[in-house]
Design a protein around this ligand. Structure first.
Ligand code: AMP
Ligand code: MN
Ligand code: MN
Ligand code: MN
Length: 284
């Protein structure tokens, strides 16, 4: 009898960024859901990785040390995953710290802007939800729902937190080239996160991929919790044409979102070469 294929989930969040589970709880939940290989990829921080690694060793799950880095590209925010990064790499650590510095300023600025429209206390509310970790738009959204200003996180984003809305502050993240240097310097593999989410034209997406590849990027998410079936087919075709490696991840943020579950992902479309079958994937 053949061996069961391993179950990979290479994109997830803990309370170190905007997830709701602690790293221990996240890894425990992934293990219970049948995930064999999990990447913890918090936004702009490596803070959860030590704790996640310890729990993973105890449970016999393979933990891929990762990060989801915020990038400004052509006046748009995009997310680049670093998989198998060395969390002790100083260049990566310093680079991510500069993004968190911007996040700290942005959070106060979002609070000020929302206050100007008559909704006070949001900065404090978001900080309380972040529990000392980095404060993101998700925390503002959760606070605004709890305070009765909207019915759902999704609605808050639409009404308050996106371009041209009162709480929006434009991203001033790192350049694509810089972030690719950080990831490569830390021995990681760079992967474009949820490419179908950016609403780019096909030609713009190909321009992004060209620059990404020039900077040393190697993969893109084909299967993602935020991709529809149609998105998966389209991204699989693009991935094959561009000869990039294909990744799959839930983008799990916690049990509050009933649509996204750990490790319950569609299988990788035929013809895509998975990141874990590349020579560069570390053998565990
Ligand atoms: P930030 O990096 O702090 O700007 O926040 C980005 C995060 O907000 C994403 O990683 C998602 O977790 C969340 N997010 C973005 N857009 C939406 C949306 N429309 N509905 C719900 N969550 C969203
Ligand atoms: Mn997030
Ligand atoms: Mn993302
Ligand atoms: Mn994510």
């Amino acid at each position: 009898m053949g061996r069961m294929p391993l179950q990979y989930d290479l994109h997830s969040h803990s309370i170190a960024s905007d997830g709701t589970l602690s790293p221990v709880e996240l890894v425990t939940a992934a293990h219970a859901a049948g995930v064999d290989v999990l990447a913890l990829t918090d936004h702009d921080t490596l803070d959860g990785l030590v704790e996640a690694g310890q729990t993973a060793r105890e449970l016999g799950l393979q933990l891929v040390p990762g990060v989801e880095v915020s990038v400004s590209w052509q006046s748009q925010t995009i997310h680049i995953l670093g998989l198998n990064v060395d969390p002790t790499c100083k260049t990566l650590q310093t680079g991510l710290e500069s993004l968190r510095e911007f996040r700290r300023w942005r959070a106060r600025e979002m609070g000020r802007r929302l206050a100007r429209t008559g909704i006070g206390g949001c900065y404090e509310g978001a900080c309380a939800l972040a529990k000392g970790n980095i404060v993101g738009r998700t925390h503002f959204a959760q606070h605004l729902v709890a305070a009765g200003h909207a019915r759902s996180v999704r609605e808050v984003f639409k009404r308050f937190l996106v371009n041209n809305k009162p709480g929006f502050v434009a991203g001033q993240w790192a350049s694509l080239e810089t972030v690719l240097d950080w990831i490569r310097g830390a021995g990681g593999m760079a992967v474009i996160a949820h490419p179908a989410r950016y609403r780019m034209t096909a030609s713009k997406l190909r321009r992004l991929i060209a620059e990404f590849r020039n900077g040393g990027g190697v993969g893109m998410e084909v299967v993602s919790g935020s991709h529809s079936r149609d998105n998966i087919s389209a991204m699989a075709a693009l991935c094959r044409n561009e000869k990039l490696l294909a990744s799959c991840g839930s983008d799990y943020h916690g049990p509050e979102n009933p649509w996204i579950k750990l490790g319950q992902l569609p299988t990788m479309p035929v013809g895509c070469q998975p990141v874990w079958e590349s020579d560069r994937w570390p053998v565990q």
